[in-house]
Design a binder for this molecule. Structure first.
Ligand code: CMX
Ligand code: CO
Length: 142
């Protein structure tokens, strides 16, 4: 069951400048940063609020670390902006399978590693009315 907005993924050309915009404009602080080589991104998670399922909602600011990454391709075509939304669930495997059975393309056979040791998968934007959609199960301590 999907129980929260886990994050909104925002693609940017300059992660440090974008982090500074969110800090200076809204007072949001960086909760976590990492490079995810498999996804081809350097990212910053800004925690916005905790949620009733015991999790939290974040902004995920994403800079591409190579031109052919998903975010790099998207930035080259569209410029900066909202790249994807992510729903949180306690069971990404079960929820991905349930969505797959409804005819929506799930991009990975098995969930991969996402931010802060989470397990993630993606649904094809063309099957989701133009929205790239991620499903996330956080690591328990997050
Ligand atoms: N939102 C909405 N539509 C998108 C999109 C996005 N983020 N990315 C691509 N599309 C659309 C394109 O506009 C294009 O549509 P048209 O054919 O109408 O022009 C179509 O999907 C195909 O796009 P493409 O540019 O040819 O790109 P690819 O098919 O090579 O890749 C996708 C698209 C979704 C399969 C790829 O981006 C992907 O695998 N995404 C999942 C991984 C990811 O996004 N990782 C970064 C975030 C990591 C994290 O959140 O931790
Ligand atoms: Co994401």
């Amino acid at each position: 069951m999907l129980t929260r907005i886990d994050h909104i993924g925002i693609a940017c050309f300059d992660l440090d400048a974008t982090v500074e915009f969110y800090r200076a404009t809204y007072g949001f602080e960086v909760f976590h940063t990492e490079v995810n080589e498999e996804q081809g991104v350097r990212e910053a998670m800004l925690k916005i609020n905790e949620t009733s399922d015991g999790g939290a909602s974040y902004l995920q600011l994403l800079e591409s670390v190579r031109e052919d990454s998903a975010v790099g391709k998207w930035l080259a075509k569209n410029g900066e902006g909202v790249h994807h939304i992510a729903f949180g669930t306690a069971d990404v495997d079960g929820d991905a399978q349930a969505v797959r059975e409804k005819g929506v393309r799930v991009l990975y056979d098995q969930p991969r590693t996402g931010s802060m040791g989470s397990r993630i998968t993606f649904l094809h934007p063309k099957d989701c009315h133009g929205v790239l959609t991620e499903l996330v199960t956080s690591r328990p301590e997050h």
